[in-house]
Design a protein around this ligand. Structure first.
Ligand SMILES: *Cc1c(COP(=O)(O)O)cnc(C)c1O
Length: 433
């Protein structure tokens, strides 16, 4: 049989030769960068493996439970595995935590009391949290319970503003919150070493202030996690990095024992705490997904780095920039027009394994202020560790690209976006010379 080239397969996916060659040239230059990403994945793989072995995970732990979920040893052990991997005293890892917003809400609400103040030190929080906090009016918000909110914005160059933090802390400040990933914003994401510095500052002002980190999209991108850097608790979604693409639902909260206990009492009921909550038949996917997560995260990260280099060379603004350090899997590309944004999302959608034939259209989303375009043909609905792109429909039309369960798929998705932009005459073919 004659040797077949990768390009022959790309041709079947509708990729033209000049697009492929332009992209391949960029990929060639990324070998060293990808090796660094693999090195972190190796480290984190062993971190997970060590936690599983230390806790003597056994076949019986995969069975699951029904009803109340009493004596669900597999569920309890998974929580120990999360806690040990993330350097925490305890963790709550549950399918009853419906999404990232819910995990964050639980962590915050359960550790705040009326008359306390929540201080975000990384500027405006993720869109969905505006209703939670009461920045946007919503029934059941923190504001309705007499929990006030303060915010210290980042400096112009995207760092935590220590002076602003000092000024905003008062005797009612109970939690200082850090959002590690940029969310739908073009700001810089906050690396773990910056979190470490902020923890030191805040604890020197008042050691009783709890430090919370919204860790969505950050897990396994670096060698250590926010609680290892001194934060008291963190939270995230299982349909992002730590679920490894296999967990079909769920969220986690990990950190100091009292913080996790408070969260458990709020998720279930005071007094019941972690004792109830059936894991149904989900534990095999939770364990296996967590086991695979370091490498799945690395695949997504390679896709993000590739996208940054490709679109940077084409003259678009990208965040993080091509030589910036990374602490999450999100890549923002500012496409400057609504047409380009929709074209990019079409490229991602059409390279999905599931629903490759559907067209992503802008639509209103609960919890978001603007219409949102979402491109994803997911095995698990809305899973953004899978190849996906989202963008709120607002100027300057920045798309947020993330995910890819394998690096080959992430790569194919990015190449397809370029093809789509060329097809739609947004990028001129002469730019590929
Ligand atoms: C995704 C995300 C959230 C919210 O998670 P959902 O699962 O979409 O509710 C919160 N913060 C950040 C930084 C995120 O990326």
């Amino acid at each position: 049989m004659q040797e077949r080239s990768v390009y022959e397969m790309y041709e079947k996916l509708g990729i033209e030769k000049d697009v492929y060659e332009y992209a391949s040239d960029i990929l060639k230059g990324l070998k060293e960068r990808f090796e660094e990403i693999d090195e972190i994945a190796r480290y984190n793989q062993l971190k997970v493996l060590a936690a599983m072995q230390k806790n003597r995970v056994s076949e019986a732990d995969l069975k699951g439970s029904s009803g109340y979920g009493y004596d669900d040893l597999g569920r309890d052990r998974l929580e120990k595995v999360y806690a040990d991997t993330f350097g925490c005293e305890d963790a709550l890892v549950r399918p009853q935590i419906t999404c990232g917003t819910h995990a964050i809400t639980l962590a915050l609400f359960s550790n705040l009391r009326p008359d306390d103040e929540l201080l975000y030190i990384t500027g405006k929080p993720y869109d969905t949290l505006e209703s939670v906090i009461g920045i946007r009016k919503a029934s059941g918000s923190f504001a309705e319970y007499g929990i006030t909110y303060a915010q210290a914005d980042l400096t112009d160059d995207g760092h935590i503003d220590e002076d602003a933090v000092r000024k905003k802390i008062n005797e009612r400040t109970k939690i200082a919150a850090i959002q590690r990933s940029k969310g739908y914003d073009t700001r810089r994401s906050i690396p773990v070493k910056d979190i470490e510095k902020a923890v030191r500052l805040i604890k020197s002002i008042n050691k009783d202030i709890l430090i919370f980190v919204d860790n969505c999209y950050g897990e396994f991108v670096e060698r250590y996690e926010p609680v290892e850097a001194g934060a008291d608790m963190m939270a995230g979604s299982l349909i992002k990095n730590p679920g490894g693409g296999l967990a079909a639902v769920g969220g986690y909260i990990a950190g100091r024992k009292e913080c996790v206990e408070n969260a458990a009492n709020r998720l279930t009921s005071p007094g019941l705490g972690k004792e109830v909550g059936a894991s149904l038949s989900l534990l095999p996917s939770f364990y296996q997904g967590f086991f695979l997560a370091p490498h799945v995260t690395a695949s997504a990260l390679k896709g993000a780095v590739f996208a940054a280099h490709l679109y940077d060379r084409l003259g678009f603004e990208v965040s993080p920039g091509i030589s910036d350090e990374r602490t999450d899997i999100i890549q923002a590309v500012t496409l400057r027009s609504k047409e380009a944004l929709i074209s990019f999302c079409k490229g991602i959608q059409s390279s999905s394994a599931v629903d490759s034939f559907v067209s992503p259209d802008p639509s209103p989303m609960p919890g978001y202020e603007h219409e949102v375009v979402m491109a994803a043909g997911d095995f698990i609905s809305g899973s953004s560790i899978e190849l996906s792109a989202d963008a709120p429909l607002k100027s300057p039309y920045t798309v947020f690209f993330q995910g890819g369960l394998t690096s080959s798929h992430a790569e194919a998705g990015i190449i397809k976006t370029l093809q789509q932009l060329v097809n739609d005459k947004i990028i001129d073919r002469s730019a590929l010379k």
